[in-house]
Ligand binder design. Structure first.
Ligand code: ADP
Length: 435
């Protein structure tokens, strides 16, 4: 380009010199120079007009105007640039077309929105699962089309670690699992999976457990009632029957506890009962639980203390909270040797609340901690025989906390004791009214 430019400059100067010399020959060098300049100006304007016409008319994009010198180079270079843009553009179009084709072949719905939730694109499955229509819904805010309040809350949180489950707004029999990912400038990639079948299976499992537990309750009550009568009158029984009757009575009692816990767990899990959201005085509730724990400890003489700091109440279901907290405190009694220390504390501040149950028991190996809240999971199966636990206590705690937007933290070291902490978010707190 540098070479072309200096050649152009040379030709221009030569032309001007020529026209000036011609003017000098005729006795008017200034007119000669001016005529050279005017010619140059007219030529440049003419080339500029050709350039503008060429650029404005896409029909002529394939054939650049022919010209001499620097203008010829400008036309040629622009033409090359244009061709390479065209090539890149058609490659990109082909690639986008392929991505769209492959995402349309997916069974999962895929939706792209901007940071505010305006819908930019979605695949065919999203249209089918969620009932979006291209001609009317493009550019609409997604939470105006999926009107479930939990979806808007999920969209706004920007915390998409866990997916959200909801029913399709267009086809209420379809259960969807929605997962959002952030990309670009807070834009959202939303994937919606059809989990109707899984949801039905889970529902069937819950119904089965709940029905079986209810069906077992009546015969068990009858059996343990008779066994209790027999135990009360054990003195009248032949000696060889006494041991058998006592064992049967204690096993029947265990089964009754198991059935009670199973029924409680399925109620908490399925949300069968309407959840109360009244302000609950956790302070008073935990004091009662500690009192019961002292009775349970009995001869073991555990040192059970309760500290409370902060003056907030907790919005929640008192019965469910009692089940969760008593499971933790009673576990501490069960798994801490006699005379051990159990410290319960309830702390509230504007950032949230936490109930901690700390003991000086045997502790739990790290490998077990992630699985402790599974039904019937035991860290030490040999030890639980003496405790008479059902194996459902921590599963109940977990589900109660889910129902209260909380989470369970477990800290433990073998030989050093354990600490179970229930965390609740600030939105669950209520200001204590004067008592
Ligand atoms: P269980 O009825 O067996 O106590 P849970 O669900 O309440 O069932 O607890 C599950 C397991 O977690 C227990 O079997 C026990 O191994 C362990 N665990 C629970 N609490 C404690 C604790 N405070 N100290 C040590 N281990 C505990």
């Amino acid at each position: 380009m540098q070479h072309t430019w200096s050649r152009h400059l040379r030709y221009t100067l030569a032309g001007l010199t020529g026209s000036t010399l011609a003017g000098l020959y005729l006795g008017y060098p200034a007119y000669g120079f001016t005529a050279g300049l005017v010619f140059y100006l007219v030529w440049t304007l003419h080339q500029t007009r050709r350039l503008a016409q060429w650029l404005a008319d896409p029909e002529t994009a394939d054939a650049p105007p022919q010209s001499l010198g620097i203008w010829g180079d400008v036309f040629e270079n622009l033409h090359k640039l244009n061709q390479s843009y065209q090539q890149t553009w058609s490659q990109l179009r082909a690639r986008i077309g392929r991505i769209q084709e492959s995402t349309n072949a997916m069974h999962d719905g895929v939706i792209l929105t901007d940071a505010q939730g305006a819908m930019e694109w979605w695949n065919d499955s999203a249209g089918h699962l969620l009932g979006f229509r291209r001609n009317t819904d493009l550019g609409q805010y997604i939470y105006n089309l999926i009107r479930t309040p939990s979806f808007k809350a999920y969209f706004d949180t920007k915390n998409y670690h866990d997916p959200l489950e909801l029913y399709s707004p267009a086809k209420p029999h379809i259960r969807l699992q929605v997962q959002i990912s952030l990309f670009g400038d807070d834009d959202r990639l939303i994937v919606a999976k059809d989990v109707t079948r899984l949801h039905q299976l889970e529902q069937m499992r819950q119904d089965f457990v709940s029905n079986v537990s209810h069906e077992m309750r009546t015969p068990l009550t009858v059996i343990s009632g008779y066994l209790e009568t027999l135990v009360d009158n054990a003195d009248d029984l032949p000696a060889k029957w006494r041991r058998a009757i006592n064992t049967m009575a204690s096993q029947a009692f265990r089964m009754e506890s198991l059935v009670t816990d199973l029924i409680l767990l399925s109620r908490i899990e399925t949300g069968d009962q309407a959840l109360s959201d009244a302000p609950t005085d956790v302070n008073r509730l935990v004091q009662q639980i500690c009192q019961d724990a002292r009775t349970l400890s009995g001869e073991s003489h555990h040192e059970i203390t309760f500290d409370a700091a902060g003056r907030y109440l907790l919005n929640g279901d008192e019965n469910q909270l009692r089940s969760a907290f008593s499971n933790l405190v009673f576990n501490a009694v069960k798994y801490t040797p006699a005379q051990g220390r159990i410290t319960v504390s309830w702390v509230t501040d504007s950032n949230g609340a936490s109930l901690s149950v700390k003991d000086t028991g045997a502790g739990i190996d790290q490998v077990h901690i992630p699985r402790l809240t599974e039904r019937f999971y035991r860290a030490d199966p040999s030890r639980h025989k003496d405790t008479g636990g059902t194996g459902l206590g921590l599963a109940i705690v977990k589900h109660v906390l889910i129902n209260h937007d909380g989470s369970l933290e477990i800290l433990s070291k073998p030989g050093k004791g354990s600490e179970f902490i229930c965390h609740f978010p600030a939105e669950r707190l209520a200001v204590e009214t004067a008592r």
